[in-house]
Design a protein around this ligand. Structure first.
Ligand SMILES: C[S@@+](CC[C@H](N)C(=O)[O-])C[C@H]1O[C@@H](n2cnc3c(N)ncnc32)[C@H](O)[C@@H]1O
Ligand SMILES: Nc1nc2[nH]cc(C(=O)O)c2c(=O)[nH]1
Ligand code: SF4
Ligand SMILES: [Mg+2]
Length: 253
């Protein structure tokens, strides 16, 4: 089975904050799939979005060195498993499957998650949640999941309200399968409070929410705190947290 891979690297999970299901600050091996069907204007992985343009994938030969070995795409599953095991520093909390959008290559994703599960690793799925039918294929193999709620200002797709409803459906599927799941909302200076209220009302009683400023940060602190308070008033004060992309401040992958 072949797949179009972007990169495999060992780092700390830099996102998720402290809500239930977050792996923030834990060591992870990241498996970044190439290809995405959305187009978030602030995406920091844009170079990997068009899978056909990702002719090579890379893995970091030693964590935090920024030294990579490059291999041609498509990759074989064995090559990816070998790279993961090569990067296992013995302190790994879980394997993070991210991208691009990992669920778009759901067959190799599922095979990888099965294989890593058999090798004793926990599986962490980082997904836009827009494809619940594909989430169904891997939910039973998912130990932790971070599901984005794509705010209107992400301009991820034309019909953004339907995308949000699909994301909520994906969260429900993952929770029903026993995955520790939280929602991640990237906010910008233009995010509307009425939309934050809508997301919070959809998430109430379903899953906790982290609010993550878009990087580079353009939102004011008072506005960020207003979004937090409104969401907490709706969802309950223990079900909302902040998340920042800390790895960018640590200058690590
Ligand atoms: C690159 S995406 C890949 C996984 C999946 N496609 C998704 O969007 O959830 C991984 C995470 O990075 C976040 N992210 C990407 N670019 C960002 C930025 N400029 N500021 C804040 N978060 C960002 C996304 O919101 C998502 O939670
Ligand atoms: N350190 C680190 N933490 C992360 N959390 C989510 C990431 C992602 O791109 O999926 C990411 C990433 O790219 N690096
Ligand atoms: S869904 Fe994820 S990978 Fe795709 S454009 Fe948005 S942030 Fe980037
Ligand atoms: Mg990232």
């Amino acid at each position: 089975m072949k797949l179009i891979m972007a990169e495999v690297f060992n780092s700390w999970q830099g996102e998720g904050g402290s809500v239930e299901g977050s792996a923030f600050g834990r060591r992870q091996i990241f498996v970044r799939f190439a290809g995405c069907d959305l187009n978030c204007i602030w995406c920091d992985s844009r170079e990997f979005i068009d899978a056909y343009k990702v002719l090579h994938w890379r893995y970091e030969v030693e964590p935090f060195t920024g030294k990579f070995k490059y291999k041609p795409n498509p990759a074989s599953l064995d090559e990816i498993v070998d790279a993961i095991l090569w990067l296992d520093t013995g302190d790994i909390h879980s394997i993070s499957y991210t991208g691009g959008e990992p669920t778009l290559q759901v067959r190799p994703l599922k095979a990888l998650m099965e294989g890593m599960n058999e090798l004793g690793f926990s599986n962490f799925l980082e997904t836009h949640g827009g494809l619940p039918e594909l989430i169904k294929e891997v939910a039973h193999l998912t130990d932790y999941a971070s599901v984005d709620i794509k705010d209107e200002t992400a301009k991820a797709t034309e019909d953004w309200k339907s995308l949000v409803l699909h994301e909520i459906e994906s969260i429900r599927i993952l929770k029903d399968a026993g995955a520790k799941t939280y929602a991640k909302l990237v906010v910008t200076k233009d995010t509307k409070i009425e939309n934050v209220r809508w997301y919070a009302s959809l998430l109430k009683g379903l899953a906790p929410l982290v609010i993550q400023p878009r990087e580079p940060i353009d939102i004011s602190q008072p506005k960020l705190m207003e979004f937090y308070r409104e969401a907490a008033l709706i969802m309950g004060r223990k079900n909302v947290g902040l998340s920042f992309q800390v790895h960018k401040y640590l200058n690590v992958l």
